[in-house]
Design a protein around this ligand. Structure first.
Ligand SMILES: O=C(O)CCC(=O)C(=O)O
Ligand SMILES: [Fe+2]
Length: 366
């Protein structure tokens, strides 16, 4: 452990930072500057409401700029019929605004888009943030580790010293857990970008489930019931767990009541907007009713392999997903205590999006 002082982009001084890794292991690491840092003092004000216009609304439906046939290198393939598209032969770092608008639409339609062989991790943190910010204001995680001088990066780190995952391994049958990132926020994330900087030789895949397909599979009576209901999403457990682990909570947790069936502002498609990570109860139901319905939905989302995609990371892979219409889980299946099995390390940039809208004008409240 070592500590340092740093200053944010806005010039504010950030408190004492703890580098959450063992220097001896990482001294030679190429992406040393991205290693997880915990800010131990800074406090953030609540997130204020903001106007949001989805970039996908400006896109040409044919996506002829992004998927131009004149690019002979381009290879686009559907990873499954329902969710996930893989793209090779196109650099995210070189997309113009027209292409980015079309990409926003593609991500909304396909749930997750996997770009291979990217130079994205080497263009530097500022350019990566500029790219992500195009889609919406960047979220700063209230409790997670970030990157020194770049609070907007949420650090994903699975090395020998990850005590959180080690505890999960000890206490649970599986570490998989489908969730939609920070869905408790009043304007939760839309397009979200995960770049792995270090990939273990085998294992450490990520899986996504289509919440659009999960909704579509339900029977009409259940759809009709859910369309009229909101559910509470809470950040309080996450904050309590962070405090328990001795971490600093930078922004006080919030709760929101979001429509259970969310309508995507670009595609108009309906998606289930509940997840095991953060959804606590259905408003207006008795406890047992709420528990039973949520359990039904969480099991449905986790078990539906026919609307999920599991992605193997490669050197240079960047995953972009829409947190409004998908749920995802890390798959921590390698022994991260054994340095021979490799280090899994990545950074996530998370753009915030619309206040969720439901069916027939049902809106989020908080
Ligand atoms: O590490 C992963 O595969 C996914 C982690 C995660 O949940 C996220 O980046 O939001
Ligand atoms: Fe996540």
């Amino acid at each position: 452990m070592s500590t340092t002082k740093t200053v944010t982009q806005s010039g504010d001084e950030v408190g004492r930072l703890t580098l959450a890794y063992d220097d001896a292991i990482h001294q030679q690491y190429q992406y040393h500057q991205y290693l997880p840092v915990y800010d131990e003092e800074t406090r953030f004000e609540p997130i204020q409401p903001f106007e949001f216009k989805d970039r996908g609304l400006e896109a040409d439906k044919a996506k002829s700029a992004l998927l131009s046939s004149s690019n002979s290198e381009l290879k686009v393939s559907k990873l499954t019929p329902v969710i996930g598209t893989e793209i090779r032969g196109l650099q995210l770092s070189q997309l113009n605004d027209t292409q980015k608008n079309e990409l926003a639409l593609l991500i909304a339609e396909r749930g997750v888009v996997i770009f291979r062989d990217q130079d994205f991790k080497d263009i530097g943190p500022e350019k990566q943030k500029d790219f992500a910010r195009y889609f919406g204001p960047l979220h700063v995680h209230p409790v997670g580790a970030h990157v020194k001088d770049h609070l907007e990066f949420h650090n994903i780190y699975l090395g020998p010293d990850n005590e959180y995952r080690a505890r999960q391994r000890r206490e649970r049958l599986t570490t998989t857990g489908y969730h939609s990132d920070v869905s408790y926020e009043h304007q939760p994330p839309g397009i979200t970008i995960l770049t792995l900087l270090s990939v273990p030789p085998t294992g450490g895949d990520t899986a996504w489930a289509s919440q659009t397909a999960a909704y579509a599979r339900l029977s009409q009576p259940i759809k009709t019931l859910l369309e009229g209901l909101r559910a509470e999403h809470s950040g309080f457990n996450q904050a309590d767990n962070a405090r328990r682990d001795g971490k600093h909570v930078r922004r006080e947790p919030v709760k929101s009541e979001h429509p259970i069936v969310r309508v995507h502002p670009v595609t108009g498609e309906k998606a289930l907007f509940v997840n095991k990570g953060f959804t606590k109860r259905i408003i207006g139901l008795q406890h047992e009713e709420s528990d039973a319905l949520l359990q039904l939905l969480f099991n449905h989302i986790a078990l539906g392999q026919d609307f999920q995609v599991r992605v193997k990371w490669e050197e240079g892979t960047v995953a972009l997903w829409d947190n409004r219409v998908t749920a995802h889980t890390a798959i921590s299946d390698f022994d991260h205590h054994n340095p021979q099995e490799g280090l899994r390390h990545g950074v996530r940039l998370t753009s915030q999006a619309d206040k969720p809208s439901g069916v027939s004008g049902l809106e989020s409240v908080w």
